[in-house]
Design a protein around this ligand. Structure first.
Ligand code: UFG
Length: 338
């Protein structure tokens, strides 16, 4: 298939692009580099051993999107583009709603106009809100999100569901990601957050590198075995393979399907710190701090539906995730900037 990746220079997208190419697909990238670097695409091309066509454009720019669709015959789109910082979304709700909804609406209108009706969307486990029970299943009722970023994912799921209801020729897979970490084993592509990282693993790797002093563990009084928050960490290469499987699935089915991409195993913050120290032989100084508003005790997937429909499951271990995250960070102390 010939597949368009919106936000294609980002962390999950570059890993996905590589897996798509390995599986024999063709891929085209559109990105405005608002939260990514052109260098990521150069590295991707180096790993793929082939050029990857890429456009610098905003997905909300209808004229630019029309041109891209006119110049390429796409079979499917994977929609990664979007703002994704939870805390920032609380302070800039309008920017988040405008950007994430506008890009999706423009993309779908452009797809419709050009007869492309296969879409894989980057949703998030955040749409489950504060869960009553774990593991989380796709058919569970979502009681509401805790921040505007999460609501944009929730709303986009509803929009895409409506598009499929209205036109039975559409095929949409809504992938609810759990916590992607790690990097490609080459150490050439990985996560490159701007400023101080919000998420646990990039924070840990920067502490390990000496760029940050210590980790604050956000609370140790949760209802979990060691009191720290439990999440379903998934290696980004496993996640990327899940997208390849979702594209294949979308090619053979119509309608809208929600699918979790997680391992089904929960690890606590201290599990991650301990595994990272053991695997990489580095110390992660930490202090126990207050809870972070909006955080839940435990969040992990029931991965059964992904196994049944996509014939996919995560293969890499927590040790792989820790090793690959540190390889990327130590080889690229300032990310793609050197
Ligand atoms: N944590 C710390 N210290 C830190 C950062 C995180 O203790 O400096 C803890 C958090 O409290 C949480 C765990 O580490 O228990 C994971 O936190 P992350 O910020 O890495 O990830 P979240 O689970 O909060 O959020 C992630 C993505 C969201 C997505 C959500 C889906 O960042 O985009 O998973 O559940 F919506």
């Amino acid at each position: 298939m010939n597949i368009l990746l919106t936000g294609g220079a980002g962390y999950i997208a570059t890993h996905t692009c590589l897996e798509l190419l390995k599986a024999g697909h063709r891929a085209v990238i559109v990105d405005n580099y608002v939260n990514s670097q052109p260098e990521a695409v150069s590295r991707l091309e180096e790993l793929a051993g082939q050029p990857v066509p890429h456009y610098v454009a905003d997905v909300a720019d209808r004229e630019a999107m029309d041109r891209i669709f006119s110049e390429n015959a796409f079979d499917a789109v994977i929609h990664f583009a979007g703002l994704k910082a939870v805390g920032e979304s609380v302070h800039q709700p309008l920017r988040y709603y405008r950007n994430n909804l506008d890009t999706t609406l423009t993309l779908c209108e452009t797809m419709q106009a050009h007869g492309v009706r296969r879409l894989v969307f980057s949703s998030s486990a955040t749409v489950y809100g504060v869960p009553d029970e774990v593991p989380l299943r796709e058919d569970m009722f979502c009681k509401g999100c805790t921040n505007p970023y999460g609501w944009t994912k929730y709303m986009i799921e509803k929009i895409l569901g409506g598009v499929c209801d209205a036109d039975p020729e559409w095929s949409v897979v809504l992938l609810r990601y759990f916590n992607p970490i790690g990097a490609h084993e080459s150490g050439r592509i990985g996560e490159d957050p701007q400023g101080i990282p919000n998420n646990l693993m990039p924070f840990i790797t920067q502490v390990a590198a000496g760029r940050l002093d210590h980790l604050s563990v956000f609370g140790n009084d949760y209802d979990t075995p060691d009191g720290t928050g439990v999440r379903d960490y998934i290696h980004v290469v496993d996640l990327a393979r899940g997208h390849v499987a979702a594209c294949d699935y979308a090619a053979g089915h119509a309608g809208c399907e929600i699918i979790n991409l997680g391992t089904g195993v929960g690890y606590s913050v201290l599990d991650i710190v301990n595994a990272f120290e053991r695997v990489n032989g580095v110390k992660i100084p930490y202090v126990i701090g207050p809870r972070r508003p909006g955080d839940v005790d435990a969040c992990y997937a029931d991965p059964a539906k992904a196994r049944a429909l996509l014939h996919w499951e995560a293969e890499k271990t927590l040790d792989d995730m820790c090793r690959d995250a540190w390889r990327w960070q130590s080889a690229n102390p300032r990310g793609y900037r050197g």
